[in-house]
Design a protein. Structure first.
Ligand code: NAP
Length: 335
């Protein structure tokens, strides 16, 4: 049996693409004592993966040249010498861009966990995985979500944004989504029940936001940074909270710094607070968040939006697609 793999060939300086990876194959490894072999079924695609390719200090070590590309995934245990991970069980963990991953149960930023039967496996990469948890803690803890407020979310039709905006709707807020293109704008309004949606590519976003939120935005959940963040800052209500979840407009490249924020004085004038956060810091409370997220989805209050590509051979272009806004909802790949 052959294990097809994508390995990092060279570090991108700007946009990531297929030219930065090498398609290789190796024999499928045998588990040693304490290890288990997982057949990868689905892979998660996350903007953070671009950051992991930079040889810079971060919350996790960079992917090394020649190493299998790091990625979260779910799969089935097909050989095992670990009593807690028997053959036939499904797990979520750092499987990487490969058909088979040899794992052990050692702790790490992304440790391995068994999936609960009856829960769709892909939910562990989205609703109950990093993106759903990020939306939950960003909104509830950092953003102090409160009923009746006006909430705006950027990259709102993406994985994290679609959950964040729906949480605000469930809480009884008026929700404005910002996304790229008419298809996404329509999707937010017609399918996810956002009150309003705007195309960030349409020019003069600040003015269009003002028209939709004349009394100001109480909570802004930002995935984008740069001009989108500036447009929200000039439209904040007094005492607003600005949650910095990410800054994908920077492309997470090694050289170019994040696009500048010019309107931070608005935080002073509007007595507002801006705060960044990292979801991994909330690991001890993931179970509480997951129970809430799962309940919302099972009751039909929260729609789990997945965009599934097919074929391990397409991993590099699928990752590049996140930075071009090709995905609607959570980008996954079925191996
Ligand atoms: N703080 C944390 O712990 C944490 C954890 C997970 C993720 N994040 C952050 O959350 C954000 C969303 O991640 P995700 O996994 O949910 O990805 P995602 O939103 O599903 O995909 C990325 C989206 O970003 C938008 N985008 C890409 N380039 C852009 C640009 N130059 N300007 C404006 N929008 C752009 C695109 O949507 P449009 O078509 O709408 O432009 C694209 O679909 C990222 O910033 C990520 O780094 C943070």
């Amino acid at each position: 049996m052959i294990n097809r793999q994508w390995r990092l060939a060279r570090r991108p300086e700007g946009r990531v693409g297929p030219e930065h990876f090498q398609w290789t194959s190796a024999p499928v490894p045998e588990p040693a004592e304490g290890q288990f072999l997982v057949r990868t079924r689905y892979l998660s695609f996350d903007p953070a993966q671009r950051g992991w390719l930079n040889d810079l200090p971060s919350y996790i070590r960079p992917v090394a040249i020649g190493e299998v590309m790091r990625a979260l995934g779910v799969g089935e245990v097909v050989a095992s010498r670990h009593p807690d991970f028997p053959v036939g069980c499904w797990v979520a963990g750092p499987l990487g861009w490969q058909d088979y991953a040899l794992l052990d149960a050692s702790p790490g930023p992304f440790s391995v966990e068994r999936l609960e039967p009856g829960v769709p496996p892909t939910w562990y990469l989205h609703l109950l995985g990093i993106t759903g948890l990020t939306a939950y803690f960003g909104m509830v803890e950092v953003g102090r979500l409160r009923p009746g407020e006006t909430v705006a979310v950027s990259a709102a039709a993406g994985a994290t944004g679609s959950v964040a905006g729906q949480l605000a709707r469930i809480c009884g807020c008026r929700v404005i989504g910002i996304a790229g293109g008419e298809r996404k704008v329509r999707f937010l309004r017609d399918e996810l029940g956002f009150d309003e949606a705007l195309d960030h590519r349409g020019g003069d976003l600040a003015r269009r936001l003002k028209a939709l939120a004349p009394s100001g935005i109480d909570l802004f959940f930002d995935n984008v940074g740069g001009e989108v963040l500036d447009s929200a800052l000039v439209n904040l209500a007094r005492g607003a909270r600005v949650v910095i979840c990410g800054a994908i407009a920077s492309g997470y490249t090694a050289k170019a710094p994040a696009a500048g924020v010019h309107q931070h004085l608005q935080l002073v004038l509007r007595r507002a607070r801006m705060e960044g956060f990292l979801v991994l810091d909330y690991a001890e409370r993931f179970a509480v968040a997951r129970a809430a997220l799962r309940r919302f989805a099972e009751r039909g209050q929260l729609r789990v939006v997945e965009d599934v590509a097919h074929g391990l051979e397409h991993c590099p272009e699928v990752l590049a697609g996140l930075f071009e806004g090709r995905n609607l909802g959570k980008q996954l790949l079925e191996v």
